[in-house]
Design a protein around this ligand. Structure first.
Ligand code: ATP
Ligand code: MG
Length: 362
């Protein structure tokens, strides 16, 4: 699957763009602040219908302009697909495939997908647990678009339960009404946890293999799901969850907050048994995130029968020469790379790439 044509209108610093791409390697090069990352962001959005870095979708609209659009023309194994997204400042975005409006992510053509690597991804190792939960949740959604609904259900019940905890503080007799909420929380929470650990075990196996191939023989990576709930045996999760919710009730009422469940879980990355968050070098942390992205790409390709588009933002300047050569020695998918200088791109990659000089939104 690949993107062969992209059109933009008032997207970030691009007023208008209409350009063709090669189905192999495409390189966007140019000085800082010209629009290289913005282009990757547009490609990611049109492929995944999710923002790679924008906090609000309205940030994607060019300053002072009322709307923006991205139109992508893809070739997939099952035929061509044209997808268009229009963003408005004052209402919800509109998504179309061909002439058909699409309201739900799960209605979109499942063949199109992308994996984005940005230098900010080290936050996945160094940052807050919420980032790691979002990472795994997004991947599960890529494979199972209905997972998004489970997550929403879980969040809704969690919010309701927290409200009730607050009310119980003032009106203790309301505690009688807590059980049904706990049961729903356990039901939805179980689905979230079990989908996460099943996806994590697949992705970590692959990521560990990549890490091994990129690292000296003595270093190895481990990836672990962390939860207060005992998940070592799937069939016992609900029981343990329920037991611990009851144990924590008093504390939870005091804080008006549910202290355990998938919204509190985390993922741990270990190099030779030590937490990478505290002990790994900057380069090793970067390598872990790169391996995770490559693992994600490899799994997506097995699942969908097509390789996702690979978007590598500024990754070349971050890696030493040996790693640079390694990361693109396959030619499996369409790749977009940004760089401030072509000297960071190894010759073997340059030779087969299409080059695009990005200059002030053109
Ligand atoms: P670097 O090499 O520093 O990473 P870049 O080429 O990747 O640079 P981008 O992140 O793509 O640069 O940003 C290009 C410019 O787009 C920036 O100057 C930024 O301020 C501008 N920009 C961001 N959002 C908008 C927007 N909504 N409207 C107009 N311009 C924007
Ligand atoms: Mg950039």
């Amino acid at each position: 699957m690949y993107l062969y044509n992209l059109r933009l209108y008032d997207f970030r610093n691009f007023s208008e763009l209409n350009t063709k791409f090669n189905n192999g390697i495409n390189i966007f090069y140019g000085d800082n602040a010209q629009g290289k990352t913005n282009l990757l962001e547009a490609i990611y959005f049109i492929s995944e219908l999710r923002a790679a870095r924008a906090f609000k979708e309205s940030e994607l609209i060019k300053y002072e302009r009322p709307l923006a659009f991205i139109k992508g023309e893809f070739k997939t194994n099952t035929g061509p697909i044209t997808r268009q997204v229009t963003f408005y400042r004052d209402r919800k975005k509109e998504v179309k495939e061909g002439e058909n409006k699409k309201n739900k992510r799960s209605d979109l053509c499942p063949d199109i997908s992308a994996v984005y690597f940005s230098p900010d991804d080290v936050d996945l190792i160094k940052g807050e647990p919420g980032l790691r939960r979002r990472f795994i949740d997004n991947i599960v959604c890529q494979f199972r678009p209905t997972f998004y609904k489970y997550l929403q259900d879980y969040q809704r019940v969690l919010a309701e339960r927290n409200m009730l905890l607050k009310s119980i503080k003032v009106k203790p007799e309301l505690i009688k009404t807590l059980d049904p909420w706990d049961n729903q929380l356990i039901e939805f929470g179980f689905r979230v946890i079990s989908e996460r650990i099943s996806m994590l075990s697949k992705i970590s196996q692959k990521a560990k293999d990549y890490f091994k191939s990129f690292s000296p023989p003595e270093s190895h990576l481990d990836i672990k799901y962390k939860s207060e709930i005992d998940f070592t045996n799937l069939s016992l999760i609900k029981k343990d969850y329920s037991k611990k919710l009851i144990e924590n009730r008093k504390k939870d009422i005091g804080r008006s907050f549910t202290s355990l469940g998938p919204h509190r879980d985390d993922i741990e990355f270990l190099i030779n048994g030590r937490d990478a968050k505290y002990f790994a070098s900057q380069g090793q942390q970067r390598l872990i995130t790169l391996c995770l992205k490559f693992a994600q790409r490899s799994l997506l390709s097995t699942e969908k029968g097509e390789f996702p588009i690979l978007l590598l933002d500024d990754v070349m300047s971050e890696l030493d020469e040996g790693h640079r050569k390694l990361i693109l020695d396959d030619e499996k998918s369409q790749v977009f790379i940004t760089t401030t200088d072509l000297k960071f791109i190894p010759d073997n990659i340059l030779k087969k790439a299409s080059l695009y000089l990005i200059n002030n939104g053109r």
